[in-house]
Design a protein around this ligand. Structure first.
Ligand SMILES: *[C@@H]1O[C@H](CO)[C@@H](O)[C@H](O)[C@H]1NC(C)=O
Ligand SMILES: *[C@@H]1O[C@H](CO)[C@@H](O)[C@H](O)[C@H]1NC(C)=O
Ligand SMILES: *[C@@H]1O[C@H](CO)[C@@H](O)[C@H](O)[C@H]1NC(C)=O
Ligand SMILES: *[C@@H]1O[C@H](CO)[C@@H](O)[C@H](O)[C@H]1NC(C)=O
Ligand SMILES: *[C@@H]1O[C@H](CO)[C@@H](O)[C@H](O)[C@H]1NC(C)=O
Ligand SMILES: *[C@@H]1O[C@H](CO)[C@@H](O)[C@H](O)[C@H]1NC(C)=O
Ligand SMILES: *[C@@H]1O[C@H](CO)[C@@H](O)[C@H](O)[C@H]1NC(C)=O
Length: 447
């Protein structure tokens, strides 16, 4: 064998091969990719924080990543990271067990909280190992997220809706967006099915109707679109029309949960509407390989956006299980995308680092937590039919909760919309404290 033969052999041995019909092949591929994902976790290293991934990945994306890892645990029946996932989810619950940790109050938006809430309801639906009795339970945490979000429903502008940000001092407080509201809708739909409590259906309907009314959602054809959001200054009348995979996925699967739970045709129709609309996330007609169209082609996807396909992949899997009519189409998206993703997972020093562009037929040079999450989710969701559908409280889900969860949340978070002088002073104090610590840090560095 000459040198070229050896190089070829090494190359093919290191890249991720994938046979979408073989559980063993999916197992081998996802073992490599999940290990690559966890390389970004520094929770146990010096300077790291439990539950958080390395810089520059924000807190919200950690919530997304733990959701990916719960499903890795579930689909592959692999408990390697069970204890790590559980510790992470519990360490970040915050002072009031509602995923609003004080540490994140300079960045946390409604959408960020929603992603941790989604991880929590998912843990309940997968019957993920329960926390001990003296700790908050998965269902409880999901309900606390739902309730604290629902209490922020704001009728002062745009006829309702959640703002993007929770705290007035963060930029984006004047913007109402799809992902925050779709997050509330999605968690509500899942809580309805898990608990059998119809109040969650009422809320989900209210949020959904609002999204349509304010034109963040476009149902005017048989293919539905979800846009980004709008500023409240002109009463949400100028909608920013970017489309993101995670918004489509959150609405798609939220509708699927509601159809599965209520049996009402309107939710099936909507599920199919979003499924039809997914063609905007492929390069052209007849191609089923997903892409983040709004930024991928131009090479401008930021760290957040590079993880969005992970959620669409996860939500496609859930949709196929909950609304069987969608399976043929979902299978095409998942199988073609998984193959493209596998081809992309051939970069880096380890030879199986995943890229961003699944249509590239190889590694496109991009890498990061988001790329690993997307590849892991699209591959592990090929196993949806091999494992039980999401459990409910009556057929295998053992997590416990409380309809009133989150009501002990303090004034810092439960009244962000009606700021009195005390709260403003609180905001000012926090700003000053941050300023002081930055100065202190600067002095310390100088010394
Ligand atoms: C379980 O997951 C770990 C981490 O991804 C992997 O190294 C290991 O090979 C997996 N085990 C099996 C049996 O697939
Ligand atoms: C909050 O930040 C401090 C300082 O970085 C860290 O020690 C602590 O673990 C963090 N807590 C959470 C819940 O992230
Ligand atoms: C704001 O928009 C909503 C519809 O989204 C409408 O019902 C309401 O009347 C508008 N309010 C103002 C002040 O224009
Ligand atoms: C809704 O989508 C259609 C394409 O399906 C487009 O022509 C129309 O302008 C959109 N409407 C709004 C209000 O965005
Ligand atoms: C709900 O999901 C379950 C689990 O996949 C499935 O067996 C059932 O047919 C679904 N119900 C409806 C109404 O589609
Ligand atoms: C869910 O977990 C509980 C507690 O560990 C266990 O008793 C139960 O059998 C599990 N349910 C399923 C369907 O595995
Ligand atoms: C049903 O959900 C609503 C809304 O969160 C809650 O207020 C109520 O307590 C729940 N009912 C039960 C029986 O848990």
């Amino acid at each position: 064998m000459n040198i070229f033969g050896i190089l070829l052999l090494v190359g093919s041995a290191l890249s991720v091969d994938l046979d979408v019909d073989s559980v063993d092949s999916i197992r081998e591929a996802t073992a490599l990719i999940s290990t690559g994902l966890m390389d970004y976790y520094w929770g146990y290293q010096k300077g790291g924080t439990i539950g958080m991934f390395t810089n520059p990945y924000y807190w919200w994306e950690a919530g997304g990543a733990w959701g990916s890892m719960i499903d890795y645990w579930y689909f592959l029946e692999n408990n390697t990271y069970e204890e790590t996932i559980k510790q992470a989810l519990l360490y970040q619950v915050g002072e009031n067990d509602d995923y609003i940790p004080l540490n994140q109050s300079t960045t946390e938006g409604n959408d960020d909280q929603a992603f941790w809430g989604i991880a929590a309801i998912q843990a309940a639906e997968r019957n993920f190992t329960n926390p001990s009795d003296d700790q908050p339970q998965w269902l409880y945490l999901a309900q606390a997220v739902f309730n604290t979000m629902a209490w922020r429903w704001d009728t002062d502008s745009c006829n309702g809706g959640l703002r993007w940000q929770i705290f007035p001092w963060n930029s984006g407080y004047d913007y109402k967006n799809s992902v925050s509201n779709a997050g509330l809708f999605h968690i509500g739909a899942r809580l309805a099915r898990f608990t059998g409590n119809d109040s969650y259906v009422d809320w989900a309907e209210k949020v959904y109707d609002w999204l349509v009314g304010v034109k963040f959602v476009n149902e005017s054809n048989s293919y539905y679109f979800a846009y980004d959001g709008a500023n409240i200054d002109d009463n949400c009348s100028s909608v920013t029309k970017y489309q993101w995979t995670y918004n489509a996925g959150m609405l798609l699967s939220g509708c699927a949960y509601l159809y599965n739970y209520t049996g009402e045709d309107i939710w099936k129709e909507r599920t199919l509407g979003y499924l039809n609309g997914l063609f905007v996330f492929t390069p052209q007609d007849g191609n089923y390989i997903l892409q983040e169209t709004a930024c991928q082609g131009s090479g401008t996807c930021n760290n957040d956006q590079r993880s969005f396909k992970a959620y669409l992949s996860r939500f496609l899997g859930l949709t196929a299980v909950l609304v069987p009519e969608t399976q043929d189409t979902v299978n095409k998206y998942l199988q073609d995308s998984a193959q493209g993703a596998a081809a992309s997972c051939s970069g880096g020093y380890d030879g199986h680092t995943c890229g961003l562009n699944w249509n590239y037929n190889g590694w496109d040079g991009n890498y990061g937590l988001g790329e690993q999450m997307c590849a892991l989710e699209v591959m592990q969701n090929l196993l949806i039919y091999d494992r039980p559908a999401p459990y409910t409280a009556t057929n295998g889900g053992s997590s416990t909760g409380d309809g009133a969860a989150g009501s002990q949340t303090t004034s810092l978070t439960d009244q962000p919309l009606s700021l009195d002088k005390g709260d403003s002073a609180g905001a000012a104090i926090i700003t000053v404290l941050i300023g002081v610590s930055i100065i202190a840090l600067a002095c310390w560095l100088l010394v």
